[in-house]
Design a protein around this ligand. Structure first.
Ligand code: AMP
Ligand code: TRP
Length: 327
């Protein structure tokens, strides 16, 4: 029996190489050894204001990008969170056993609420309860995510443990699975900040659908430092980030990469990196174009995914409700 893996990604903003290297690429590789469920988390997206038409379009775009990146709907379940209402229902139930103090410790809420200029919704605060529901509904054993999500997976684990001790063994305790390389790709314009979908600066992120010239422009303008040597060094975030991206796309060792650029300048590294990224994304972009020529085909894959996810979720929710004296 393969271990169950579950992960989610929000259909907002533009998917960038941080998402690809920190999450999607691993999800694709994991299809060999795990029993995978991938969820497009539109209910998480609405924790901040969304334009309905854009949300709908982004959901389909993200599905296309995941499939183009190599998520295989025959081996994995790919579905949209709001198509399986058990997620919202379990989130409510978990709300009622999660102490306020646990939620108040969540660093992502602190960051997001500080940035949010319009309304800060209760949903944004409660976001981790919905994420816990996503994970726990499927007896998930591993949760492949970037480092920023580790705290949420730990909260999920604590929640499962608390439920089990209150109502008897019900949930499996999940563990985060954080990739060693690419777990934290930084912004090209400011390598001290994580590359993020919600950052609007033009040179911040390389998006998965960026054409070659745009990629070249962004890489050439990336912020570095005034030193010379091309070396992996965490104290030099700009150059370290470019080398990390290079390493993640080529799969080469640090030594090989450092040897290649020994005695060369930053612009050599940047030129070479731009080509590595362009070539790395080319097959994804080609498959994306052919998949999205048939939007109904994508919708059918998502519908099939929801039909396969629903019975698993329904069974778990039934067990939870029975244990709690509901229904
Ligand atoms: P999000 O963009 O927050 O919806 O994240 C989707 C997935 O990509 C999650 O697993 C994140 O941890 C991962 N991720 C987001 N930004 C980065 C980044 N800059 N570097 C590595 N992984 C990231
Ligand atoms: N919160 C995650 C993010 O922003 C997305 C997410 C929602 C998720 N539910 C999940 C990830 C369940 C893993 C498992 O990246």
């Amino acid at each position: 029996m393969k271990k169950r893996s579950f992960s989610g990604i929000q259909p907002t903003g533009n998917i960038h190489i941080g998402n690809y290297l920190g999450a999607i690429k691993y999800w694709v590789a994991m299809q060999e050894n795990y029993d995978n469920i991938f969820c497009i988390v539109d209910l998480h997206a609405i924790t901040v204001p969304q334009d309905p038409q854009v949300l709908k379009a982004k959901t389909r775009e993200l599905a296309g990008l995941l499939l183009a990146s190599g998520i295989d709907q025959r081996r994995s379940i790919l579905f949209v969170q709001s198509h399986v209402h058990e997620h919202a229902e379990l989130a409510w139930i978990l709300n009622c056993i999660i102490p306020m103090g646990w939620m108040q410790r969540m660093t992502q809420f602190k960051e997001k609420s500080a940035k949010q200029k319009q309304l800060v919704s209760v949903g944004l605060f409660d976001y981790p309860a919905l994420m816990a529901a996503d994970i726990l509904l499927y007896r998930t054993e591993v949760v492949p995510v970037g480092e920023d999500q580790k705290q949420h997976v730990e909260l999920t684990r604590d929640t499962a443990q608390r439920f089990n001790s209150l109502y008897g063994e019900t949930f499996v305790l999940p563990e985060p699975l954080i990739p060693e390389i690419g777990a934290r790709i930084m912004g090209l314009d400011d390598p001290t900040k994580k590359m993020s979908k919600s950052e609007n600066a033009p040179n911040h992120a390389i998006n998965l659908l960026d054409p070659p010239d745009v990629i070249r422009g962004k890489v050439m303008r990336a912020t570095t430092d005034s030193l010379k040597e091309i070396r992996f060094d965490e104290n030099r975030p700009g150059i370290n980030n470019l080398l990390t991206i290079y390493q993640a796309f080529t799969g080469e060792s640090r030594e090989t990469i450092e040897a290649r650029f020994a005695g060369k300048g930053y612009s050599d590294l940047k030129k070479s990196l731009a080509e590595v990224v362009i070539e790395g994304l080319r097959p994804v972009q080609e498959r994306y174009r052919s998949l999205t020529a048939d939007p109904a085909g994508i919708d059918a894959i998502l519908e099939d995914g929801a039909n396969r996810a629903r019975p698993i979720a329904r069974k778990m929710l039934g067990e939870v409700k029975a244990r709690m004296g509901l229904g």
